[in-house]
Design a protein around this ligand. Structure first.
Ligand SMILES: [Zn+2]
Length: 62
C-alpha cells in the first residue's frame, strides 16, 4: 500500500469531523497537525498495515 489515503475522524478538541491525508508509504508515523476547524494541535499516531491503516488522534494535554 502506497500513496496518500484520505482518513476522516473527529477532532479530540472540538468534536468536528475532519479529514486528513495520510502518507501510507511510511509504516509508522507520529506527528502534530492542526485541526482544520479549531486549529488545536492534534497528535497523530499512524500505523500502516497490509490491509488497513490505524489512526489515533490524541489531545496534547492528556
Ligand atoms: Zn478541532
Amino acid at each position: 500500500m502506497q500513496g496518500l489515503e484520505e482518513f476522516s475522524d473527529y477532532c479530540p478538541y472540538c468534536g468536528e469531523n475532519i479529514t486528513v491525508e495520510i502518507d501510507t508509504s511510511e509504516y509508522f508515523q507520529q506527528y502534530y497537525q492542526d485541526c482544520q476547524v479549531c486549529c488545536a494541535a492534534i497528535f497523530y499516531t499512524i500505523t500502516v498495515g497490509d490491509e488497513n491503516i490505524e489512526v489515533i488522534l490524541q489531545r496534547d494535554d492528556e
